[in-house]
Design a binder for this molecule. Structure first.
Ligand SMILES: N[C@@H](CCC(=O)N[C@@H](CS)C(=O)NCC(=O)O)C(=O)O
Length: 204
């Protein structure tokens, strides 16, 4: 058994965690979760969501941004994020949290609007979906305006760039933004990232 086990599902946010593990180059096992409501999986994450990373040393970590920050702490030499204590580190963490708490949930409302209202009418679901699109338009515009180019923080890719590319793959209008399109192109030039991208069925 490897030191890390990634619980994953195609097309989901586990992609960025797989990319991080591949960038680090550490051995890891993969467990595909077909049903997040199964008791064995709920014991790992009662929120019934992937990704989850189980570390052989003990910790079980849920929440994509938390997993990435934990991996950065464990393997600082990989530079998933800029060095601790630098302004660049703080900025990268800010973007990670911004994306995880704003864009990721908006994408969920966009694709699964009926799960986000007690009103069962098609009109209610459509209203949720339209608002989610407006929210993502604003959030991606904010992100695009801050991209130094080609990556968020300039010439060096961080895991926040991979996160941004993942979210953009879920929302076509984001990919029309030239700054984001360029970021995605550059992110995918990294073989570790493009392997995780393909394995998760992104880019379709
Ligand atoms: N805040 C969580 C969100 C995770 C999330 O929403 N995961 C979705 C897939 S993208 C999920 O597992 N949904 C339940 C399912 O697919 O059964 C994170 O950042 O990890």
């Amino acid at each position: 058994m490897a030191g890390y086990t990634l619980y994953w599902k195609p097309g989901t946010g586990s992609m960025v965690v797989e990319a991080a593990l591949r960038l680090i180059g550490v051995a890891f096992d993969k467990v595909q979760v077909d049903d997040t409501a199964r008791p064995e999986f709920l014991a790992l994450n009662p929120a019934a969501k992937v990704p989850v990373l189980v570390c052989a040393s003990g910790p079980v970590i849920a929440e994509s941004a938390a997993i990435l920050m934990a991996l950065d702490d464990l393997f600082p030499e990989t530079r998933l994020l800029p060095p601790h204590g630098t302004p660049a580190h703080t900025t990268a963490v800010q973007w990670l949290v911004f994306m995880a708490t704003n864009i990721y949930p908006a994408a969920r409302r966009y694709y699964y609007p009926a799960l986000h209202t007690v009103d069962t009418s098609p009109e209610a679901a459509e209203a949720i979906r339209q608002q989610a699109a407006l929210d993502m338009d604003l959030d991606f515009a904010q992100l695009a305006a801050e991209i130094e180019g080609p990556f968020l923080l300039g010439q060096t890719m961080t895991i926040a760039d991979v996160y941004a590319a993942m979210l953009a793959d879920w929302y076509e209008p984001a990919r029309q933004t030239p700054e984001i399109a360029a970021l995605v192109r550059h992110v995918l030039e990294n073989p570790a990232v493009s392997d995780a991208w393909r394995h998760h069925g992104f880019g379709k």
